[in-house]
Design a protein around this ligand. Structure first.
Ligand SMILES: *[C@@H]1O[C@H](CO)[C@@H](O)[C@H](O)[C@H]1NC(C)=O
Ligand SMILES: *[C@@H]1O[C@H](CO)[C@@H](O)[C@H](O)[C@H]1NC(C)=O
Ligand SMILES: *[C@@H]1O[C@H](CO)[C@@H](O)[C@H](O)[C@H]1NC(C)=O
Ligand SMILES: *[C@@H]1O[C@H](CO)[C@@H](O)[C@H](O)[C@H]1NC(C)=O
Ligand SMILES: *[C@@H]1O[C@H](CO)[C@@H](O)[C@H](O)[C@H]1NC(C)=O
Ligand SMILES: [Cu+2]
Length: 176
């Protein structure tokens, strides 16, 4: 009994360590409507919490549209970047690799002006991959998210991390 329980503990501890990547989410921008004029992407992004490791997937008929990853100023002015190309596969996967704001616009003429643009805030993933809670060998902290949403989003982050901690904690009590 003791042996199988500790095997279970080891297995689930490993699973818990990798859980954050298993929880990575693929978001289809605009859901079923996809990427096109006429969808309110501000509304689509509302109440969603994006984390480092999640993916955005832009879906559209490849000949009709494209996606530029832009700066905040370009987003605001609907300026097409001259130093990069749009993605235009019709199924563009964008991985969110760092915390902070991300801006996207359509590069098709007039589309951005008709609000085919998306801004999101990417939250840092909880430090669940560090060896132990309280372990001091962590990398420098990412830039803090903008203040307005931080209360709610921080709760979500600790919720994700809390789940992992809870699984480990319960198992710790079980084998004690
Ligand atoms: C998310 O999309 C990527 C790329 O299309 C795919 O490799 C991965 O399996 C998907 N993950 C989930 C959780 O659906
Ligand atoms: C999009 O939705 C947001 C949030 O509900 C709203 O504030 C905004 O006015 C809408 N934009 C358009 C163009 O309807
Ligand atoms: C986001 O949440 C607020 C508050 O709960 C709610 O009023 C609003 O309708 C939600 N927006 C969307 C697009 O679900
Ligand atoms: C956006 O447009 C405004 C007004 O024309 C201009 O002052 C500003 O420099 C522009 N910003 C960018 C990043 O293009
Ligand atoms: C954009 O695409 C063109 C044509 O395929 C290519 O020549 C150019 O190098 C690309 N520019 C960048 C910044 O990747
Ligand atoms: Cu478009």
């Amino acid at each position: 009994m003791a042996i199988s329980t500790s095997h279970l503990f080891v297995f689930l501890s490993i699973a818990a360590i990798f859980a954050p990547s298993a929880l990575a989410t693929n978001y289809t921008v605009g859901d079923d409507a996809g990427w096109k004029v006429g969808v309110n992407y501000t509304e689509w992004a509302q109440n969603k919490t994006f984390y480092v490791g999640d993916n955005l997937i832009f879906k559209y008929p490849a000949k009709d549209d494209n996606v530029y990853d832009v700066t905040g100023g370009q987003f605001h002015n609907c300026t097409i970047p001259t130093d990069k190309n749009a993605t235009n596969t019709g199924h563009d996967v964008v991985s969110l690799t760092q915390p902070g704001r991300k801006w996207f616009i359509s590069g098709k003429e007039g589309h951005c002006a008709k609000n085919q643009k998306l801004v999101i805030t990417v939250m840092a993933m909880a430090p669940a991959s560090s060896p132990l809670p309280g372990g001091s060998s962590s990398s420098p902290p990412p830039p803090p998210p903008p203040p307005p949403a931080s209360g709610a989003t921080r709760a979500v982050i600790s919720g994700k991390f809390g789940l992992v901690a809870m699984v480990v904690g319960i198992l710790g009590v079980m084998i004690a």
